[in-house]
Design a protein around this ligand. Structure first.
Ligand SMILES: *[C@@H]1O[C@H](CO)[C@@H](O)[C@H](O)[C@H]1NC(C)=O
Ligand SMILES: *[C@@H]1O[C@H](CO)[C@@H](O)[C@H](O)[C@H]1NC(C)=O
Length: 166
């Protein structure tokens, strides 16, 4: 017997039915302009010489909208750290919290952490956890670049999240 740990049955936390939820939405990001959602915060002395931005680190605060149009409804924010972690391709270590603000999901989060091959058409990353509605979350996300206009400095990403939770 321990004085700080005890065994529980799932019922004691009212964890009776595991649910599977599919979330579909778009991340909207200003890459440049007066209100950028992404800023590079660090790099190595050699990053500028790397074809793959090796060792560049960015902090991101994107909008989560239900549609690909900027005018569609906002349902949360996607806050992330990205690190260009490969010497040989555009493989980014992405750690992202999806913070929802809509309806019964308001205040709940889903956390994704994985390898993001940013120039591959369809990327898959693991869902590693969650809070609120998404406690005990596990699952995966499929993501693709819906729209990128480097001149206008606009990036829109499509997200399909499949998540088990209670
Ligand atoms: C991008 O910046 C424009 C202003 O330049 C702003 O109207 C728009 O809401 C911003 N988009 C995002 C996703 O923050
Ligand atoms: C979400 O929750 C916050 C804090 O409880 C509250 O201020 C806000 O009005 C809620 N938003 C919606 C859309 O329900």
């Amino acid at each position: 017997k321990s004085d700080f740990a005890r065994s529980l049955l799932p019922e004691q936390l009212e964890l009776t039915t595991r649910k599977l939820t599919h979330l579909h939405f778009y991340l909207h990001e200003n890459i440049t302009g007066p209100f950028p959602n992404v800023i590079q915060v660090a790099q190595a002395p050699t990053t500028d010489k790397s074809r793959f931005s090796f060792r560049a680190v960015n902090v991101v605060d994107d909008l989560i909208l239900v549609g690909p149009e900027r005018s569609s409804k906002q349902i949360g924010r996607a806050q992330a750290v990205t690190a260009f972690a490969s010497q040989n391709d555009f493989a980014v270590l992405l750690a992202i919290n999806l913070a929802f603000t809509e309806g019964k999901y308001n205040g709940s989060t889903v956390t994704i952490s994985g390898r993001n091959m940013v120039f591959t058409e369809l990327r898959e990353l693991p869902v590693v956890g969650g809070s609120g509605v998404f406690r005990f979350a596990t699952g995966y996300v499929k993501t693709s670049t819906q729209f990128m206009d480097l001149k206008a400095g606009i990036l829109v990403l499509e997200y399909d999240v499949y998540v088990f939770h209670y």
